[in-house]
Design a protein around this ligand. Structure first.
Ligand code: ATP
Ligand code: MG
Length: 435
């Protein structure tokens, strides 16, 4: 990955790693046609399928493509291969806002400017029924001019599933930015929960530290649920008042976005002839365009029900499943075949028998081969699975399900791959190179 230059869908050159999140990695990319820099968020489709999020993700992406605002990271397009989903987003060159705060608290005017931009983005999205639900430092980015860009807007499905998984407490570190009603898992209003997080963010910008903090997690929850925090004495009284209205543990009495936008401290420095939040409406794409993006590029999950796009992406050279994982690390490979499933499985059975692998399970579309010797990482077992793409066209997936990776790779390279040529129509990814 570091040494090889990769091109995604013949459109984006994939560059350095920008960061890593719960669901995948973010890479720098460059549009080969326009030279424009983009951020490519790569998500493992399996993870999304596992948490049952495909439908919700599709819905959210279609909504997200409707959100065009100067303070929201723009989603350019969504692409998918058999195993990955790629979000092609606006690239925020300035990195995370909180790298600035890490160097020390911000001046009041500077903090206010970011807060205004944040509220402008939130207001715009809320008005369209889109909630963030995961506002936190990693999602506040800056562009090259220092303009705030909120990322991951509309991907609530991901935030929610992290929470349900209990990941909130682990991967995402502390729940410092999360509203009390979200922590206590009461049904909650996405708008009010986002407002709470904005309050925590404002506090951090001005103070340089968190309002709710404790080395003991339970103690921290307690403080959040009671709205127990203390403003440093250098906070202007107007800010203290505004914060007390935002960090109200009761979502019902918590201030609304509309009220925040009327607040005199908030309004300072704003061009009063323009109303924040409504000035940035741009041409919205036609709903039909959006559906198109989502339908053609996302509906690839069902292996036995692939569409034309899948077939293209499965043709040699188009499959990108190996793109971000070098072949050395992968314990699976795929190829397409025009032979019948019966012929394909018989071939594997025959080769397996020759190298001392025994068939332990077989049905119409799959086969398991197992070694008889205990390797150092347990018995080697390999699954071969066939997916129907069309009447004569099949995708075959060969995967190690247990045992030692080195044994597996050695077996594949030496005994299996060289002998299945007659059933292979096209290798997927770069498998042919590793032969
Ligand atoms: P989570 O797992 O909760 O989503 P996260 O927001 O940190 O956490 P990602 O959204 O996957 O995870 O982003 C990972 C990192 O990549 C971010 O912290 C940020 O530094 C960087 N990044 C994300 N999007 C962009 C972008 N559009 N431009 C530049 N850098 C980005
Ligand atoms: Mg993010």
């Amino acid at each position: 990955m570091e040494t090889k230059e990769k091109v995604l869908m013949q459109k984006y050159e994939v560059g350095r790693l920008l960061g890593q999140g719960t669901f995948g990695k973010v890479y720098y990319g460059r549009n080969l046609k326009t030279g424009e820099g983009v951020a490519l968020k790569v998500i493992d489709k399996e993870k999304v399928v596992k948490v049952g999020l495909i439908d919700q993700t599709k819905r959210e992406i279609s909504v997200m493509s409707l959100i065009k605002h100067q303070n929201v990271v723009n989603l350019h397009e969504v692409m998918a291969t058999k195993t990955k989903i790629y979000f092609v987003m606006e690239y925020a060159k300035g990195g995370e806002l909180f790298h600035k705060v890490a160097k020390g608290r911000l001046k009041e005017d500077v903090a206010r400017k970011y807060f205004q931009q944040l509220i402008s983005a939130i207001s715009f999205c809320h008005a369209r029924g889109v909630y963030h639900r995961d506002l936190k430092p990693e999602n506040l980015l800056l562009d090259e001019y220092g303009v705030l860009k909120v990322s991951d807007f509309g991907l609530s499905a991901f935030s929610e599933s992290k929470r349900q998984d209990g990941l909130l407490h682990t991967t995402c570190g502390t729940p410092a930015y999360v509203a009390p009603e979200v922590i206590s898992r009461r049904g909650y209003d996405g708008a009010k929960a986002d407002i709470w997080s904005c309050g925590v963010i404002l506090f951090v910008l001005l103070a340089g530290y968190l309002p709710f903090h404790d080395s003991n997690l339970m103690e921290m929850y307690r403080k959040i649920s009671r709205g127990e925090y203390k403003c440093p004495n250098w906070f202007p009284p107007e800010v203290k008042r505004l914060l007390s209205r935002i960090l109200d543990p009761n979502p019902k009495s918590r201030i609304s976005i509309a009220r925040i936008m009327e607040n005199p401290w908030f309004r300072k420095g704003l061009n009063t002839s323009k109303k924040v939040g409504v000035l940035d409406v741009e041409k919205l794409p036609e709903p039909s365009e959006v559906v198109n993006v989502v339908e053609t590029k996302m509906e690839l999950a069902k292996p036995s029900n692939l569409n034309a796009f899948d077939i293209i992406s499965l043709s040699a050279g188009f499959d990108l499943s190996g793109l971000f994982v070098s072949n050395d690390e992968k314990d699976e490979f795929q190829f397409t075949s025009v032979k019948s499933p019966c012929t394909i499985l018989s071939k594997f059975e025959e080769i397996g028998a020759n190298v001392g692998l025994k068939m332990t399970k077989k049905d119409r579309g799959s086969l398991r081969l197992e070694g008889s010797n205990e390797g150092k990482n347990g018995n080697l077992s390999i699954d071969i699975e066939i997916f129907e793409i069309g009447p004569v066209f099949h995708l075959v997936e060969v995967k190690k399900c247990s045992g030692d990776s080195i044994d597996y790779r050695c077996l594949m390279r030496r005994d299996i791959k060289p002998k299945i040529g007659e059933i292979v129509w096209a290798w997927q990814g770069e498998q042919q190179l590793s032969n």
